[in-house]
Design a protein around this ligand. Structure first.
Ligand SMILES: Cc1cc2nc3c(=O)[nH]c(=O)nc-3n(C[C@H](O)[C@H](O)[C@H](O)COP(=O)(O)OP(=O)(O)OC[C@H]3O[C@@H](n4cnc5c(N)ncnc54)[C@H](O)[C@@H]3O)c2cc1C
Length: 422
């Protein structure tokens, strides 16, 4: 049974709530719960060659508090790695390094984080939220939900998910055996390309064939131009928030490659490997990349999958017979089921999407209690919302709100070089 009322309870300890946990002062009564036994970051997709798409300076805290003990630079100093890291001359770090850094921060914050705690339900009673895990209950004034998005599974294959057809964020990768198999990867975003590369390199055994299909017309690099990157500034996000929804939706669509493109050097490496394999080595696996293809249907025949794809260029249907289908089809943001009991307090837009105020608070009918959510407002706050680029700035806004103090400077500088709005 709960004893005291918390100021804030956070659900989920991925990077986003970890950043908030690192920025809220020790004096506040806060607790963050996560179902995992310890910090890990998309462990299913933790490949040796996977790199962050954002600078290591955009860590959990540095952009709003470079003096914080929870910075990546402090992690390097604490581990006697500082000079050696600089000698690597890198602007970005691998996902393995980012996970290790976050885990180190989570251990430093262990007094305010409880792992092995799956939130099952949240109810609102009188003046507080009551949060239920299997074994415990907590009372809190405010909530911050950062439980991550859900795998996006195409409707045509929803009923066939199993050991041979699965989403990229799946425990199936642990004991996967692709030796001698025909593999189809659906999706050519960064995760799709990483799975494609690791598959043909034999990470899960050497397959006979690997095909990657993407609905896009090519494997497109991330747009990392300096002017494009101005959209990952507080100034842009605050102005974007004030636009009407139709303009926001169009702008978000146009900015797709600013957030969802492939890491350019990774594409270069894959291309070079394919070139060397084709012209100088014995190709161990037959490889095919098919752009402009849309998954229409999957029929299972024994352990085989007969896949129908529409060629978006000539409109013809193509059939592929494969053993394994990996759906690198991204993620979707929807209300987590543990919030179902709160549903009638929430405000939705005409498309059924959650509505937020500028400070990442859900619009509700509650007077005194706040539900902050992180990574649920791409439609409201723009393409930076699911990215780590501005996570510390967003956490600083929430920390200021929760404490009622101006702990961090969050008002945009107005120093942007692109005057979209001013
Ligand atoms: C493979 C991959 C690589 C990425 N790389 C980058 C990158 O380089 N740069 C970038 O800007 N963005 C990147 N992103 C996008 C984004 O930054 C990450 O998805 C990030 O992890 C989002 O953080 P989060 O805290 O919202 O969610 P998550 O990291 O998904 O964490 C959510 C946590 O909540 C827990 N949880 C869920 N439900 C419950 C519950 N009921 N009770 C308790 N706990 C619960 C989960 O176990 C998990 O630990 C990447 C995304 C993926 C999938």
């Amino acid at each position: 049974m709960s004893q005291q009322i918390l100021d804030l309870l956070g659900v989920g300890v991925g990077p986003f709530n970890l950043s908030l946990a690192a920025l809220i002062p020790k004096s506040e009564k806060v607790l963050f719960l996560d179902n995992k036994p310890e910090f890990s970051w998309h462990s299913e997709l933790m490949f040796e060659d996977a790199c962050m798409q954002t600078s290591y300076l955009k860590d959990l805290v540095t952009p709003v508090d470079p003096t914080s003990p929870y910075s990546f630079l402090n992690y390097l100093v604490a581990h006697d790695q500082f000079y050696h890291f600089l000698n690597t001359d890198r602007k970005t770090i691998s996902r393995i390094e980012f996970e290790a850094y976050c885990k180190w921060v989570s251990i430093k914050l262990e007094e305010r984080i409880e792992f092995d705690s799956m939130v099952e339900d949240i109810q609102f009673k009188e003046d507080r939220f009551r949060v239920f895990t299997k074994t415990r209950e907590f009372d809190t004034k405010d909530l911050c939900i950062a439980s991550g998005p859900q795998p996006n599974i195409p409707a045509c294959v929803k009923d066939q998910i199993g050991p041979n057809i699965f989403h990229s964020k799946s425990p199936n990768f642990k004991n996967l055996n692709l030796q001698g198999k025909r593999v189809l990867i659906v999706g050519g975003g960064q995760t799709g390309v990483e799975i494609f590369r690791n598959t043909y390199k034999g990470k899960w055994g050497q397959p006979l064939e690997v095909t990657m299909v993407t609905g896009r017309d090519n494997l497109r690099p991330l747009d990392e131009g300096p002017f494009t990157n101005e959209v990952f500034t507080p100034d842009f996000v605050q102005n974007f928030y004030r636009l009407d929804q139709k303009t926001k939706d169009e702008l978000t669509e146009n900015l797709l490659l600013a957030s969802d493109g492939n890491t350019p050097y990774y594409l270069q490496e894959v291309y070079n490997e394919l070139y060397m394999d084709k012209f100088y080595r014995d190709q161990k696996t037959k490889i095919s990349i098919k752009p402009a293809r849309w998954l229409k249907q999957v029929e299972t025949k024994g352990s085989n999958s007969v896949v129908s794809l529409e060629n978006l260029l000539n409109k013809e249907i193509e059939i592929l017979d494969v053993d394994i289908v990996v759906l690198a089809t991204g993620f979707t943001s929807k209300l987590p089921s543990f919030m179902n009991s709160l549903e009638n307090h929430l405000s939705l837009d005409s498309q059924g999407r959650l509505e937020f105020d500028q400070e990442y608070r859900l619009k509700t009918d509650l007077d005194r209690n706040n539900i902050y959510m992180m990574n649920f407002s791409r439609h409201g706050h723009g393409v930076a919302d699911p990215q780590t680029s501005l996570m510390s700035w967003r956490s600083a806004i929430i920390a200021n709100q929760v404490t009622g103090k101006d702990l961090y400077k969050t008002i945009p500088s107005k120093n942007t070089f692109l005057n979209f709005f001013n």
